[in-house]
Design a protein around this ligand. Structure first.
Ligand code: NAD
Length: 314
């Protein structure tokens, strides 16, 4: 779809970056052409705003990894729908953060992902808001509850499976056919190392994450041959983080403080499983999600990509 003035807008945004002086006026003009047409020019790197004209939904993006992915996709030019729970202030702050990072409109869709009917309503509203359907679906929302299997409340099992696994199915079921029609689509499911290996005390979490990896492989196969290199194709992948510093793991840090401070808790958590002994930052997961959305990533599909400091290499 033609995007009048998109190239000029994107050049303006590029001028704000530190690389602008290095490429000169001819380079900037090349960027304008590149951005307006979405066609890569030989020898010219793809624009930072290569997602201009695309719409993305990121579930669970009022906090943590989802918020970082929403901001990074907005910075890459996408119109971003955020979703997630939180106070009015937290939601307003998330919208403001994504808006500040981006170039297009940001809106919050408040569906509680435990409710399939609410997901259906959100997906219908998104079809209208995006003018035909979303191009990028990041199933990121997730919750955790760590206790031994026999002590796991049944309601926790139901909620974790609903949010971490079933919600992704409900959203993909609606979003994928539109992606197929347009020849471009990206589904990135934020799974976990716990989709690749287990830990005790996390029965529903591990089951949900193994499940979403299986679901992603099926969808990847069903849509692999649609679209083309030029249109970008339809890909479905999982990112499998180890420890990422977000509110989700705070109870597990606190449980390991052993009378010390928070840094002691972080060190103890890393020492158990993550050989790099470094936390991943949400923005580092976001950088991988953005890469998967590029056209050059058309042949990365059905993959489960660990970002885990060597956790699953052991
Ligand atoms: P977080 O707690 O910071 O964010 C979770 C998000 O999910 C929030 O926006 C929250 O509002 C939303 N959410 C929770 N219940 C919801 C519901 N019923 N309906 C709609 N939204 C709901 O957590 P995070 O660490 O950023 O986790 C994001 C994803 O990354 C999860 O799927 C998690 O399993 C995965 N993950 C996290 C880590 C880590 O170390 N933090 C590691 C591996 C995988």
């Amino acid at each position: 779809m033609p995007r009048p003035y998109a190239g000029l807008r994107n050049v303006a945004s590029y001028l704000r970056t530190t690389h602008a002086p290095a490429i000169g006026v001819r380079g900037l003009l090349a960027y304008a052409v590149l951005d307006a047409t979405q066609q890569p020019l030989p020898g010219i790197p793809m624009s930072d705003t290569f997602l201009a004209g695309r719409t993305a939904l990121i579930t669970g993006s009022t906090s943590g990894i989802g918020l970082a992915i929403a901001s990074a996709l907005a910075a890459a030019g996408a119109k971003v729908a955020i979703n997630g729970l939180g106070s009015a202030e937290q939601i307003a702050s998330a919208i403001a953060e994504v808006d500040a990072a981006g170039h297009a409109e940001t809106r919050h869709f408040g569906a509680d992902l435990r409710d399939p009917a609410a997901i259906d309503r959100m997906m219908s509203e998104l079809t209208a808001w995006s003018g035909g359907g979303i191009d990028i679906l990041i199933n990121n929302a997730g919750i955790q509850h760590a206790v031994p299997l026999a002590e796991m409340p049944v309601q926790k099992w139901n909620d974790i499976i609903a949010i971490n696994l079933s919600a992704a199915f409900h959203a993909m079921r609606v979003a994928l056919p539109g992606m197929a029609t347009r020849g471009y689509g990206r589904v990135v499911n934020v799974a976990s190392v716990h989709g690749l290996v287990a830990s005790k005390d996390k029965a529903p979490y591990v089951a949900s994450k193994f499940g979403i990896i299986g679901l992603s492989k099926v969808a990847a196969l069903e849509y692999a041959a649609l679209g083309s290199r030029e249109s970008g194709g339809i890909t479905v992948n999982c990112i499998c983080p180890g420890w990422v510093e977000t509110p989700l793991i705070e109870p597990q840090i606190e449980a390991r403080m052993a009378g010390g401070n928070r840094d002691d808790g972080v060190r103890a958590l890393l020492a158990e499983k993550q050989p790099s002994l470094r936390m991943t930052l949400p923005a580092e997961i976001a950088a991988l999600a953005v890469f998967l959305c590029r056209r050059e990533a058309h042949n990365i599909t059905g993959a489960s990509l660990p970002v885990d400091g060597g956790w699953t290499a052991q």
